[in-house]
Design a protein around this ligand. Structure first.
Ligand code: S3P
Length: 429
């Protein structure tokens, strides 16, 4: 297990960073490019390990994909252009890959087996396999199709009318991808609004989809046409620098090309409520995915409550928001966030354990955590637990730690942000 010495006691951060491509949108660009007809060119694709797993799975399904730097070209031949793979599909650490691909494979008339890493092996799949089986797909796997390894044999699908039991964009997207292949119209009802990249992709690739309040309706048998996709920067990656800029003294950072899809901007709402000096200049609101620049300066912060419908808009940012809260005056309460328990790690446990190691005052609750601040952070030996977002959160925590911090398994960060340390080091002045 590697051990990486992080920089502590950093005096200030300044400069600018162009935020790398959004992970959720990069995955979907490969998937939609594969099921559309024609050549799709994707620019600013994120070459993180998770998105590379998606490319590798679609190649095994017979799709030609060319890669050059951050540009990829996908030669799609429609749903019917996918073919039975001769090898097992390995999704690595990627929940988005496995859950969305199951929706595509549910309607394909062939057999596929799917595996992932140890973390994927602990993540619940029943939330997708059960409704897909209701539509007609044959799926099996460990614990009755609840966990990987999984196998799927696609069938003709009947449309689905389904109320999602959890607010999950991955489940919603899997069902929409299956719905595109069903014989008729499917309706999916969300308990709270989740990221809508799949819905936007369907429209962008010339398809039809309707949303009325929390009900989404999609027709089967639509033909999607190839197009060009420009991936905006990932606000979930920008989040680490937003927090770094706010908590490191005398900082001033400009983050460029950040995706500002309103289903993802919960961290901006929370940071503003906490008193952060955060300015937004939106460059394009009409684009298929809006984006703009964010400037963050060192800020005096106060505690807040984060709950309810806001949670899906910042679910991946909770580890770094927890760190932010350690530096805010008063108490921060995060609740309604049970979903944290089934991410790459149980993020309630891993965040509380690792921030406690650095001296934070933080308590786990049944559906979130409570953080008391401001608390100076000390130092110690911390672990990413193989979770990219825990690794990056700890690297930001070390910047304000008064003693040395050593991080175990920093490699996990390449899942979503291969250039993370290069970007961070460029800001240290
Ligand atoms: C994602 C949806 C979220 C998020 C994950 C990416 C997506 O998961 O946590 O990192 O791309 O659809 P859930 O849908 O399971 O909440």
């Amino acid at each position: 297990m590697s051990l990486f010495k992080l920089d502590s006691k950093v005096k200030r951060l300044s400069g600018e960073i162009v935020i790398p491509g959004d992970k959720s949108i990069s995955h979907r660009s490969v998937m939609f490019g594969a099921i559309a007809h024609g050549m799709t060119k994707v620019t600013n694709f994120l070459p993180g390990d998770d998105c590379l797993s998606t490319i590798s799975c679609f190649r095994k399904l017979g799709v030609k994909i060319e890669e050059k730097d951050n540009e990829i070209t996908i030669f799609g031949r429609g749903f019917d252009g996918l073919s039975e793979p001769t090898e097992v599909l390995d999704v690595g650490n990627s929940g988005t890959t496995i859950r969305l691909i199951l929706g595509i494979l549910a309607g394909r008339p062939f057999y596929t087996s799917l595996v992932g890493d140890q973390s994927i092996g602990r993540r619940p799949m029943t939330r997708v396999t059960e409704p897909l089986m209701r539509m007609g797909a044959q799926i099996d796997g460990r614990k009755n199709g609840g966990y990987t390894p999984l196998s799927i044999r696609g069938q003709s699908l009947t449309p689905l009318l389904y109320e999602l039991p959890v607010a999950s964009a991955q489940v919603k997207s899997a069902l929409l991808l299956a719905g595109l292949q069903a014989e008729g119209e499917s309706q999916i009802i969300e308990p709270a609004t989740t990221r809508d990249h799949t819905e936007r992709m369907i429209l962008h690739f010339g398809g039809e989809i309707n949303k009325s309040y929390r009900t989404i309706t999609v027709k089967g048998g639509q033909k999607l046409e190839a197009t060009n996709v420009h991936v905006p920067g990932d606000i979930s990656s920008a989040a680490f620098f937003l927090v770094a800029g706010a908590i490191v003294p005398e900082s001033n950072i400009l983050l460029k090309n950040v995706g500002l899809n309103p289903t993802r901007t919960g961290i901006i709402e929370v940071m503003k409520a906490m008193g952060a000096e955060l300015e937004i200049s939106q460059s394009d609101n009409l684009a298929f995915e809006p984006f703009g620049d964010l400037r963050i300066k060192s800020s005096g912060l106060k505690g807040t409550i984060i709950e309810g419908d806001l949670i899906p808009k910042l679910i991946d940012e909770i580890p770094i928001i927890a760190l932010l809260a350690t530096q805010a005056f008063g108490k921060t309460i995060i609740k309604d966030a049970h979903e944290l328990k089934v991410k790459e790690t149980n993020r309630i446990d891993t965040v509380v354990q690792e921030l406690t190691e650095l001296g934070a005052k933080i308590e786990a609750t049944e559906d979130g955590m409570v953080i008391y601040g401001p608390t100076p952070l000390t130092g110690g030996r911390v672990k990413s637990h193989g979770d990219h977002r825990i690794g990056m959160m700890l690297a930001i925590a070390s910047l304000i730690s008064s003693e040395e911090v050593f991080l175990e398994n920093a490699e996990a960060i390449s899942v979503s942000y291969p250039n993370f340390f290069t970007h961070l080091n460029s800001l240290k002045k």
